[in-house]
Structures are given as structure tokens and as C-alpha cells.
Design a protein around this ligand. Structure first.
Ligand code: ADP
Length: 277
């Protein structure tokens, strides 16, 4: 242990036995109350991670749980638009409050903090990671049963910061049939093992297109390998979301919360069952 140990490993370069994964965790705002935290990750951008995260949070909220989304995708924040949020976050003397969607989801995102949401965020990685940490430490989250963290794609600075600093209860991986799913899952599994966080489920987005005439599921982007991959890595829950023009429209119109589809209902129940174990 360093001579003048402050017990804050994040501000200390010493490599001593007290530096373990648990010691890097950050405390949330003293007025926050967050029961479970789930990170939604993907190997690359554009696979529909944010859309899936918004959909999953909507299922969660519609089932009567107090739900929150932390949009950690600082440079590409698309969740507010998908949930029809145009408001800006407000501060109180105690801290910053998240915005609340029409359906009641608490949400923080770079877009609800920027004065002009079309402003690009051109920051270095360390500043971005710091902002994500502040989403955890400076925002007052009230009575949250489940918080979903929309992670930036890949395994860069921000995902690492989130893994190290937030008390994650589990991870959900989003892929598409074109992905090198085995490699992406392997990376996520390695990261999850390193941080001692379970992988709760995997979602294959754009899995198929449903023929409007006969209802047959056509695997336009190739045959799905998600079931085999989930089995290989003992991932308990699997969901498949089709390419659905109604979903694109709902996302574009900010109506994901009220989009009735059932794509993730069963999946969500399986996730919750694991968290209750
Ligand atoms: P990511 O977060 O992985 O970069 P997004 O969630 O922002 O990707 O999705 C990219 C775009 O693709 C969005 O416009 C979204 O509405 C659309 N999209 C995602 N999944 C589907 C789907 N299954 N069917 C139709 N459109 C989809």
C-alpha cells in the first residue's frame, strides 16, 4: 500500500494488493437509488445497439419497473431521438436530474445536455470517459429498478471505464448475422470475465425479414449463428429481432416506447430471472 494511501485507487498510480476491481468502483450520487445496472454492448457501430437498448428499456418500463437509460455513447447519442425526447436536463441545488420520457423512463445523454443537439462532440477519450463517470456520480437517479447503459461500440476507453467504475450486474451483447459473432462474443466474454460480470444474453438484430405474404422468415444477411454461439459460451438468453420497417419508422418518429412488438418480452423475463438468482 502507498505510504499516504487515500484508498482512492483511481487517483493513485501505485500497484499494490489493495488495488482490486472492487476498489475502482465509483459511488453514485448520494441521492441516487439504483438497484440493477445492465450494459448493452456491441462489437461495432450500426448494428442497432441503441435501438435495442431503447426497446429493452421500454419493455422493462412497460412491465411496471422504474427504468433508466444512461446513454454512454457520447459521440453518437441516438437514444433521445428514438424516445421522442427534446427536453434538456435540469439542475437542482443537489445535482442534475435526468430527463423523463413520456412513458416515464429516466434518461441522460449528451444530447439532453448540449444546448444544440446537432453540435458534434469532438473530445479526446479521457474527457469522454470522465463525462460518462459523471453520468453516474453527478446525476440524481430516483428509485431505479433497472438501469440500461448504452455503451459505445468496441472495447475502447469508455467501455473499459464503465466496466471498471460502475457496479454492473450483467451485460447484453447485440450482434447482426453479418458480424464475426464468435470473435465479438469472445472479446465480450473475456472483458466480462476480467471484470467478473456475467453475460446475461445476446440479441441478434436484423436476424431475418418476414415475408409479408407467407410469413416465412428469410435470413437476408446470412444464416443465424447466434444460438450455436450462445450455447458455446453458455449465454442463457437469446433474442432475434427482424429487419422491420415499422421499427425504423418508430425510431425515427421517437415512438419506440409505444411500439408493440413483443420481440424482447420473453428475453427481458429471462434476464430478470437471472438477476434475481
Ligand atoms: P448502433 O447503436 O448500433 O450504432 P442504432 O441503434 O443507432 O445502431 O441503429 C442504426 C439505425 O438502424 C437506426 O436508424 C435504427 O432505427 C435502424 N435499425 C436498427 N435495427 C433495426 C431493425 N431491426 N429493423 C429496422 N431498422 C433498424
Amino acid at each position: 500500500m502507498a505510504e499516504n494511501c487515500s484508498h482512492d485507487c483511481s487517483s493513485c498510480g501505485e500497484n499494490c494488493p489493495s488495488r482490486d476491481a472492487a476498489s475502482l468502483k465509483k459511488a453514485p450520487h448520494p441521492m441516487s437509488d439504483i438497484k440493477k445496472v445492465i450494459a448493452v454492448v456491441s462489437g461495432k457501430g450500426g448494428v442497432g445497439k441503441s435501438m435495442t437498448c431503447a426497446l429493452l428499456a421500454s419493455v422493462c418500463q412497460n412491465k411496471g419497473n422504474v427504468t433508466a437509460i444512461m446513454d454512454a455513447d457520447i459521440t453518437g447519442p441516438s437514444i433521445p431521438r428514438m424516445l421522442g425526447v427534446n427536453k434538456r436536463a435540469m439542475g437542482s441545488e443537489n445535482g442534475i436530474l435526468p430527463v423523463v420520457t413520456d412513458g416515464g423512463i429516466q434518461l441522460i445523454s449528451m444530447n439532453v445536455l448540449l444546448e444544440n443537439e446537432s453540435e458534434p462532440v469532438v473530445w479526446r477519450g479521457s474527457l469522454i470517459s470522465g463525462t460518462v463517470l459523471q453520468f453516474w456520480t453527478d446525476i440524481i437517479w430516483t428509485g431505479v429498478d433497472y438501469m440500461f447503459v448504452d455503451m459505445p461500440p468496441g472495447t475502447g476507453d469508455v467501455p473499459l471505464t464503465v466496466f471498471q467504475s460502475l457496479p454492473l450486474d450483467g451485460i447484453i451483447i447485440v450482434t447482426t448475422p453479418q458480424d464475426l459473432v464468435g470473435m465479438i462474443v469472445q472479446k465480450a466474454v473475456n472483458m466480462a470475465n476480467m471484470m467478473n460480470v456475467p453475460i446475461l444474453g445476446i440479441i441478434e438484430n436484423m436476424s431475418y425479414v418476414k415475408c409479408p405474404d407467407c410469413g416465412r422468415k428469410i435470413p437476408v444477411f446470412g444464416e443465424s449463428r447466434v444460438d450455436a454461439t450462445a450455447m458455446e459460451y453458455s449465454i442463457p438468453a437469446v433474442a432475434k429481432i427482424p429487419v422491420d420497417a415499422a421499427l425504423t419508422e418508430a425510431a425515427d418518429k421517437g415512438k419506440i416506447e409505444t411500439f408493440e412488438n413483443g420481440y424482447l418480452t420473453e428475453f427481458f423475463d429471462k434476464i430478470v430471472a437471472q438477476l434475481k438468482k
